[in-house]
Design a protein around this ligand. Structure first.
Ligand code: PNS
Length: 181
């Protein structure tokens, strides 16, 4: 069974992510969409890791070989504290645990490549059986990112061109609650 992991922050999942998921899902027997901690974004989350997984589950419900997960039960604690890095939260360790040998990453622009290449090399150093495969994002979605979605939602913009329709209400409500709180 060929299992691949599509890791990311997914805060929240976008139409660009969904496009990569659908294209990767046809290449593998199983695709695990895994919410992981990006230490550079750790204190800037809109949704908790559990909420992100729930949103992804809803969006991929009709894709039979795609599952949503987060890297470790400790992920929420890590995200809250922003302190200790549990080795369990490393992508290389997670892949080993899930018996996956491929990591799928979407590339929106050449500028993404430098950082992604470094991560691919580190991941292979930590887990020599782990290959990273890059999928170029569809031209239609090159400008779509979770940060851009949050910015649009903050100003009450229409989100249907950016996030899957199943989660539009969740993003708007979460942003409203942030604004009110
Ligand atoms: O959507 P993002 O924020 O670009 O995703 C980045 C992510 C979460 C995939 C990356 O930061 C990651 O792999 N985090 C887990 C920790 C890890 O294994 N880091 C890479 C080796 S230092």
């Amino acid at each position: 069974m060929k299992t691949a992991i599509y890791p990311g922050s997914f805060d929240p999942i976008t139409l660009g992510h969904l496009n990569i998921i659908k294209r990767a899902a046809v290449c593998f027997d199983k695709l695990i969409v895994c919410v992981m901690v990006n230490s550079e974004k750790v204190n800037r989350g809109l949704f908790t890791p559990e909420e992100r997984v729930e949103l992804i589950r809803r969006v991929v419900a009709k894709l039979p070989n795609v599952e949503a997960d987060c890297s470790s039960p400790l992920i929420a604690e890590y995200a809250r504290n922003g302190e200790v890095a549990y080795s369990d939260g490393l992508l290389a360790a997670y892949a080993k645990r899930r018996k996956a040998h491929v990591v799928v990453k979407g590339l929106r622009a050449v500028s993404d490549y430098e950082n992604e290449l470094q991560m691919a090399l580190i991941n292979r150093k930590l887990n020599p059986r782990l290959e990273t495969m890059f999928l170029p994002s569809s031209a239609k979605y090159t400008y779509v990112s979770s940060s851009m979605v949050k910015e649009m939602a903050r100003y009450g913009a229409e989100l249907s061109d950016f996030v899957p329709r199943e989660i539009i209400g969740d993003v708007q409500r979460k942003m409203d609650s942030r604004r009110d709180g």
